[in-house]
Design a protein around this ligand. Structure first.
Ligand code: PLP
Length: 381
């Protein structure tokens, strides 16, 4: 696989947290920032800004197979999720147990739909809950910790039967897998630019035409009145460029699965008790969630960081703290194992040496922790 050289001496294997910004994105954003204009202004400068923004909307729409008018730009995936879960005005909300915090915390009173031990939404349980009345169902396209892909098409078919709307957080899937509107046919879809080589702080909510939907904040007519506030024009331009490039390179991204599988084999050969989560179901090509039994994720993340390798704990929350993976717990994984899981996520800039460095550091840590836990080592201490 032809991959660019890694930057610096560290190995960045945390692409699901954020992906390196593409140089084409930087160029397009710098050019936009250099040109002053508010897209709501009617003069020439404003019209230029609007033109740049609408070109980005059209590029994103093409990558999604949606109409430009269906796209509402936001400040990221978190805002898109919040907007989706409040904008329909529906009271009943069903949320899968493995959703990102930005979904779960947007509607704290929501009914939680369980997942199976494979990490896939339990469709039978969903159907039982749907029969309670018209609702909004929120299910993600692919999980950020495990990469496990959800049967969104089946959820949509089921939801329609019961008059429910479907929101899909596609932040992790878009730009990594073909995005097929025929199967991913949700009413509301959340996206974020920084997971695909675009800038941080920009995202979008795709609202299927005809979906009953209103603003959740007032104060301006931007984005057809649904999301007031001057748009982040340079960020949106960067998002459009990133979306086009990521979509054109989906084939190369898919090749990461072979690297990920090889990495998984190497780690499990170091510690046969290690477990890869989601290996038995479809998952994103770049994601490996793996446990090192008996060693807390936090310890692994720190040891790998000292060796120049960036990964994250199963769930690195926004405060920067490491906590036990809620996603793995929802899959029925015992708490101790869930505490020892890390997420390794590969991407466009990953090279073979990054994986070698990770394996070497993980192996050294495994050896150190085994030596430290031997009775003789403990009594000598
Ligand atoms: N949804 C998922 C599945 C995510 O992985 C993330 C980011 O980690 C978000 C939503 C939030 O996106 P943003 O960082 O753009 O607010």
């Amino acid at each position: 696989m032809d991959r660019p050289m890694a930057q610096g001496t560290s190995s960045y294997l945390d692409h699901n947290a954020t992906a390196p910004v593409r140089s084409e994105v930087v160029d397009a954003m710098v050019a936009t920032l250099a040109d002053c204009g508010n897209p709501s202004s009617v003069h020439a400068a404003g019209r230029r800004a609007r033109k740049a923004m609408e070109a980005a909307r059209a590029a994103l729409a093409e990558a999604l197979g949606a109409a430009p008018a269906e796209i509402v730009f936001t400040s990221g995936g978190t805002e898109a999720n919040h907007l989706a879960l409040h904008g329909t005005g529906r009271e009943g909300v069903l949320i899968s147990a493995i959703e990102h915090d930005s979904v779960l915390q947007a509607r704290p009173g929501a009914v939680i739909v369980p997942v199976t031990s494979n990490g896939v939404i339990d469709l039978a349980a969903l159907e039982r809950l749907l029969s309670d009345g018209p609702a909004v169902v929120s299910v993600m396209a692919a999980n950020n910790e495990t990469g496990i892909i959800q049967p969104v098409g089946e959820v949509v078919r089921l939801a329609r039967r019961y008059g429910a709307l479907v929101h899909c957080d596609a932040v992790q899937l878009f730009g990594k897998q073909p995005f097929d509107r025929a199967t991913l046919d949700a009413d509301l879809i959340s996206l974020s630019a920084h997971k695909i080589g675009g800038p941080q702080g920009v995202g979008a909510l795709v609202i299927r035409s005809g979906t009953p939907f209103g603003a959740v904040r007032q104060g301006g007519g931007q984005e057809r009145g649904v999301r007031p506030g001057t748009e982040n024009v340079a960020g949106i331009v960067g998002f459009g460029v990133a979306a086009g490039l990521a979509t054109a390179e989906l084939g190369t991204f898919a090749e990461l699965a072979a690297w990920r599988d090889e990495l998984e084999r190497r780690l499990i050969s170091i510690d046969p008790a290690a477990r890869a989560f989601g290996a038995e179901v479809p998952r994103l090509a770049n994601t490996l969630c793996v446990s090192m039994p008996g060693v807390k994720a936090e310890t692994q993340v720190m040891a790998l960081d000292l060796a120049g390798v960036a990964v994250s704990a199963g769930a690195a929350c926004s405060s920067g703290k490491v906590r036990r993976s809620r996603v793995l717990e929802a899959m029925g994984v015992d708490p101790e194992t869930a505490e020892s899981a890390i997420r390794i996520s590969l991407g466009r800039t990953t090279i073979a040496a990054d994986l070698d460095r990770l394996v070497e550091a993980w192996s050294a840590l495994r050896l150190r922790t085994r030596q430290a836990s031997r009775p003789s080592a403990r009594s000598a201490a």
